[in-house]
Design a protein around this ligand. Structure first.
Ligand code: AMP
Ligand code: MG
Length: 289
């Protein structure tokens, strides 16, 4: 089914994959993190929609997996970026959690290990790519190498500035080899971040989520916004476009990512693979058991 033939999901006035394009959005410094572009429903509707659409996502994911078993080399890679407390982990849990975990390849990227640092910045990324039939989810990604690395001058500008082109080349090759790349940047407001940090300190079940370093990183807010804008300006390609998603309403960011994955999977035009055995013969054999 072609894109134009597909109907809009309930509650959406514009296709999510279009409404959330960074190309259609305000510069990140002016972006409203509580906005829900393209979606007209409220929290109740959005929460219900996620559950319902999650079932569809699970069907599509199973079909991708089945095709992978049948020799189709295609895969999907969801790249999640966003400031501390933006809800990256929540996306993994609440959207990834909607599908069969066996079909996922989830990888979080923290500070590089000494071994990782001894290779080029894409080395650890290559090793984590989804195999045929899988949905890969990156909680942070190769973009960290032009985010904290740029903001904190961890390598000279002559090094990080070349990475935008290297990233574009890398993603071009990925797409050409059959991986659909879905890039999402979650944007949280300073007020909402403060609230989430406050909540973490007020609840013993959330202490583990609190990282004192997040308060230090917050001091570089404007520098991070600039680094994000540079990413959008330099790595928003037609083969791997960026989506920007307001993160102040968790129910919306989760629904939005679910819809982007559904869109990516629908565009693969999947069908259930044919039997790779003699169906009549096997039916007869099983009937005779
Ligand atoms: P978390 O996602 O909360 O586990 O935090 C991971 C930390 O690792 C964050 O502070 C990231 O900014 C940092 N990080 C991830 N990748 C890199 C990188 N390539 N260089 C420097 N810091 C990184
Ligand atoms: Mg963190």
């Amino acid at each position: 089914m072609g894109k134009s033939e597909r109907s809009l999901p309930d509650g959406w006035t514009t296709a999510p994959a279009e409404a959330l394009l960074v190309a259609n959005a305000a510069p990140v410094a002016e972006y409203d993190p509580s906005s829900t572009p393209g979606y007209s429903g409220d929290k109740n509707a959005g929460t219900a929609a996620l559950a319902k659409r999650g079932e569809y996502l699970a069907d599509l994911q199973e079909m991708l997996f089945a095709n992978g078993r049948a020799g189709d080399n295609r895969s999907v890679l969801l790249v999640i970026q966003g400031m501390d407390t933006a809800g990256k982990g929540g996306i993994v849990r609440h959207v990834g959690g909607l599908v069969d975990p066996q079909g996922l390849a989830i990888k979080g990227f923290g500070k590089p290990t000494p071994e990782e640092l001894s290779h080029d910045f894409l080395w650890r990324i290559h090793r984590a790519l989804p195999s045929a039939g899988k949905i890969g989810i990156f909680d942070r990604s190769h973009y960290e190498d032009v985010l904290p690395v740029r903001v904190h001058h961890l390598v000279p500008e002559s090094v990080w500035s070349k990475r935008y082109d290297l990233i574009n080349q890398f993603e071009r090759e990925l797409v050409d080899a059959g991986t659909t790349v879905v890039k999402v940047a979650l944007v949280v407001s300073p007020d909402e971040q403060k609230q989430r940090l406050t909540d973490r300190l007020a609840d013993p079940t959330k202490f583990w989520k609190y990282n004192p370093g997040d308060v230090d990183e917050r001091g570089f807010w404007d520098e991070y916004l600039q680094a994000y804008q540079a990413i959008f300006d330099l790595t928003n390609t037609d083969y791997a476009p960026w989506h920007i998603i307001g993160a102040d309403r968790k129910w919306f960011s989760r629904l939005a990512v679910c819809e982007l994955l559904i869109d990516a999977l629908e565009r693969l035009d999947l069908d259930w693979p044919d039997a790779d055995f003699d169906l009549e013969r096997e039916r007869a054999r099983v009937a005779a058991l």
